[in-house]
Design a protein around this ligand. Sequence first.
Ligand code: TRP
Ligand code: SF4
Length: 400
Amino acid sequence: MYAERVLSGMRPTGSLHLGHYHGVLKNWIELQHEYPCLFFVADWHALTTQYDNPQGIEKASMDMVVDWLAAGVDPNQATLFVQSRVPEHAELHLLMSMMTPLSWLERVPTYKDQQEKLAGKDLTTYGFLGYPLLMSADILIYRADKVPVGEDQIPHVEFTRELARRFNHMYGREPGFEDKAREAVKKLGSKKARLYEEMRTRFQQNGDRDAIEQAKAVLDEVQHLSMADRERLFGYLEGTGKMILVEPGYLLTEASKMPGLDGQKMSKSYNNTITMRESEESVTKKVRSMPTDPARVRRTDPGEPAKCPVWQLHLVYSNDACKEWVQQGCRTAGIGCIECKQPVIDAILKEQAPMRERAQVYLDDPTLVKNIIADGCEKAREYARETMRDVREAMGLEYH
Ligand code: TRP
Ligand code: SF4
């Protein structure tokens, strides 16, 4: 049922690192078993800040999708696609731009934040201001009701909710709504239609919310209804117009606690990352050269794990026995730092092994990735076209 649809997008930043894996992808992998999921490469979003150098975006997108697949995102369970290959996003963005107050866009916190953060770049562009609107179009076009996002993106989802409400309020009263709704009731079959009518009367005469829930349960059982009819029947129940766009909810993704090589959060901009498919030699070298507690100048100097970035990685990767060994060994100078780092290296390599293996298939035959994306785009477009039909109709732009 579409109301359970999960949608999330990621900007193509090229090869992903273990912070992305622990922070986002593990979550996607869980979700794909629970809901129909749509995951997409937000390549147009990359252009909002990278408009002066778009050449690398395509390669970065493909590399990123390989990382998704390597992590275990399963194209048989989730729909994977590229935003710019589903041009309906742009059409919805354009139509909504007509009714989006400028002040709403200027108020989105990331607008000023990002401009300050990327001070060297001219972000006084139309596209950058409209970025939250583009994200709204991404979400609304799939009528997604669960959007996994990090905390910084929550204002964007709220903005999307407000826009959906504004849109439905403005355009939700389609001409001939009552007639179309009554036609849709007939399509339920006589028994279910009678139940539905009964519940509708109970709600409209007595305000009985239970009746609404029961009627919705009846509608959920009916498989053959079109999305448009389903929406009409929801609207007709409560006496409102037609709900054309669905107000999304979000699923908060915990901020990644994955520490980088220097103890700060792992991030490309801090240059402290291990990529998901980094070579074994490079992982080993990087961890071996990690800074440790500065008090351990000599092997015989005791140290304190709390002051050491390597300990942060033990917290992610090591079991209790190993952690005990580190604490004890570090504080008594019983173990050396190279020794202490080895279990971390081993754990990372172990985590990466299945990723490398899965990725190899796609590296050997890149057309596999292309096909996955092409299939995903086709599927995504079917949903997107359906929404656009309703949107055009609601706005009187059908031209048939
Ligand atoms: N704006 C998101 C980011 O920068 C990416 C994104 C674009 C997105 N469209 C989306 C996320 C739709 C969730 C849903 O991280
Ligand atoms: Fe860090 Fe381990 Fe060395 Fe202690 S022994 S300083 S925890 S690397």
